[in-house]
Design a protein around this ligand. Structure first.
Ligand SMILES: [Zn+2]
Length: 171
């Protein structure tokens, strides 16, 4: 059983490493786009990151936000392509991991002079999922304190009861 689990873990790690190195070759980090905006302006690039926030529909097009861990960027993409994204990351969900190819604009004239990427194609690399609810340490600590307090109260109460009933004997 342990061997199967170990083999499974090794397989997962290897496949993850493989996919990371595979992406690394043709993917541009969002922060590199922002930092080298002048050189990258008008270039066709591919970004890979998590869809976050909420999509904003604008007629036939949709704005989606992508965060790749280095930075975030607004993607202007056709509504049809954007509809492939099911999960958007927030405190409850891990968003879909998407790979988007398009043209980077340092200060897009069409969209108020902001930096953006006009996406042509979108590929879902990994589906998002609900984030497991984390128990806040404060909650754990306070529940421990409450349990200890309750225990102390019970002990004191029992002692009092005992002394109350034993009292007549001593007299
Ligand atoms: Zn634009």
């Amino acid at each position: 059983m342990h061997k199967i689990i170990t083999a499974g873990l090794v397989f997962l790690i290897l496949t993850n490493l493989f996919s990371i190195t595979a992406w690394a070759e043709d993917v541009t980090k969002i922060n590199d786009l922002i930092e080298n905006a002048k050189e990258m302006d008008g270039q066709r690039v591919t970004v890979f990151g998590e869809a976050i926030g909420e999509p904003l529909n604008r007629g036939e097009y949709t704005w989606i936000n992508i965060n790749d861990g280095t930075n975030a960027l607004g993607i202007w993409i056709s509504k049809n392509e954007a509809e492939h994204v099911i999960h958007y990351g927030n405190y409850k969900y891990k968003g879909d991991m998407v790979k988007i190819t398009g043209v980077f604009h340092r200060a897009c004239i069409k969209h108020g002079g902001e930096a953006d990427l006009h996406g042509n194609s979108l590929e879902i690399v990994k589906s998002g999922h609900p984030v497991k609810e984390q128990i806040i340490p404060v909650k754990i600590i306070s529940s421990i304190i409450l349990t200890v307090l309750a225990f102390i109260i019970v002990v004191i109460y029992q002692k009092r009861l005992r002394t109350k009933y034993q009292a007549p004997k001593n007299l």
